[in-house]
Design a protein around this ligand. Structure first.
Ligand SMILES: Cc1cc2nc3c(=O)[nH]c(=O)nc-3n(C[C@H](O)[C@H](O)[C@H](O)COP(=O)(O)OP(=O)(O)OC[C@H]3O[C@@H](n4cnc5c(N)ncnc54)[C@H](O)[C@@H]3O)c2cc1C
Length: 382
């Protein structure tokens, strides 16, 4: 029987943990966050058919049903110019219809914190919160992970699921460092009250000069505790009041320059981007609670390198970070996790990892290519 250390309890790492739990494989999760709610994680994730299949495979049925029930109810998306005039021809190929908006197996819009609560459920004894991995070394037939607090964890296999800035990837595959693509991502949440009702029917995608603004109302079927009581009564979900999610994705120079050189508050950058937008759009951005505004420089893997299969592998952003343009970062992380869990359930660790890596590489290269094309479209100048 093999044992696995999962480094990183984010979307992919926790999905793998659920899959291993179902398969009866010994594992523990090392997560740098001190606890499940230490930072605001409440942005929305569109979970496509691939992500939904992975979740169905890894989660117990009642938790999968809770996941579906906890997603926002949304209508059809529309694609507009900065004055809200329709631009139907700009619909990105990667944008699929929402479930319930004309497509039975359409995308679902999940709140990231709620999804992480669901993915952590039942694994409380296996997740080591506040344990930041620093480096690894090969030892005997397995691997040892060394943590910032001096703890050492040994297993047959370690999985780097520690996201964009993975220290394990930096040590192991320094050539795979994701590259800055000259773009920024700013995102936040606003309360529903006072928002133009036209923005509350479904997602709105605004194509502006050098940046794109995505807006999506996150309206839930019922309070999260009611949904949990219906599907998985022991599962504690973070309360998620309805909100409007928005995200700006744009060329660095169109969203206020680099963080190091330009400084300035995130709110100021958002206000500057809002000038010239239709009053309903700028009013929505102005209504955003400032503490919910987050920003990051967008980094992307150029490709997934080759390496000799061994006792360390990787999934998700740790090995194929993508720009948000394709909307597939979380979905490929989930698909990686489900595939790795299925391979490990079949037995021999070496063979399982080899099979997983071959499959993951193919999927990731496809997603990276689609994301690159999507990125160019969303950053286009008028
Ligand atoms: C605003 C925004 C919107 C997005 N929307 C979408 C979308 O709609 N659809 C989609 O598919 N993707 C979307 N993405 C991308 C998606 O969030 C990521 O691709 C996805 O979270 C990657 O999952 P992961 O498990 O690889 O990494 P993460 O979810 O980032 O998890 C990594 C985990 O590792 C932990 N960690 C980090 N370092 C260490 C360490 N040294 N030791 C231990 N733990 C560590 C972190 O705390 C974190 O919990 C979006 C991203 C953003 C920012």
């Amino acid at each position: 029987m093999s044992s696995v250390i999962i480094v990183g309890g984010g979307i992919g790492g926790l999905c793998l943990a659920q899959g291993l739990e179902r398969a009866g494989i010994e594992f523990e999760v090392l997560e740098a966050d001190a606890g499940p709610q230490v930072r605001d994680q409440g942005y929305r994730l569109r979970i496509d058919a691939m992500g939904q299949r992975a979740l169905r495979q890894c989660l117990p049925p009642e938790l999968f049903e809770l996941f579906r029930a906890s997603c926002a109810v949304s209508g059809p998306a529309r694609f507009v110019d900065p004055q809200m005039n329709p631009l139907p021809g700009r619909r990105p190929e990667s944008w699929r219809k929402n479930a319930g908006a004309g497509q039975a197996n359409g995308d679902l819009s999940a709140d990231r914190q709620v999804l992480r609560d669901i993915l952590s459920h039942g694994l409380e004894a296996r997740i080591r919160w506040g344990r930041r991995a620093r480096r690894f070394e090969r030892g005997g037939d397995g691997v040892v992970v060394h943590c910032a607090d001096g703890a050492e964890h040994q297993a047959d296999l370690a999985v780097a699921a520690d996201g964009l800035h993975s220290p394990l990837r930096r040590q192991w595959l320094p050539q795979a460092e994701p590259e800055a693509i000259g773009a920024l991502n700013l995102y936040g949440k606003a309360a529903l009250g006072g928002v133009d009702p036209a923005l509350l029917d479904g997602p709105t995608v605004v194509f502006a000069d050098g940046f794109t603004l995505v807006i999506e109302p996150m309206r839930f079927r019922a309070p999260m505790e009611t949904l949990a009581a219906l599907h998985a009564p022991d599962c504690r979900l973070s309360p998620a009041a309805d909100y409007v999610y928005w995200a700006l994705f744009g060329r660095m120079e169109c969203l206020g320059g680099t963080f190091e050189e330009a400084g300035g508050s995130l709110r100021r950058r958002v206000e500057d981007a809002a000038r010239g937008l239709h009053p309903s759009l700028s009013a929505l951005l102005a209504r955003t609670e400032p503490e919910t505004i987050k920003g990051r420089e967008v980094r992307m893997a150029s490709h997934v390198p080759m390496w000799p299969t061994g006792r360390l592998t990787a999934l998700g952003d740790a090995i194929h970070a993508m720009s948000p343009a394709g909307g597939v970062g979380a979905n490929t992380a989930l698909a990686d996790a489900a595939m790795l869990a299925a391979c490990l359930a079949e037995g021999d660790v070496g063979q399982a990892v080899a099979r997983y890596e071959a499959e993951m590489r193919g999927r990731a290269e496809q997603a990276l290519a689609a994301t690159r094309a999507g990125t160019e479209r969303l950053l286009r100048r008028a």
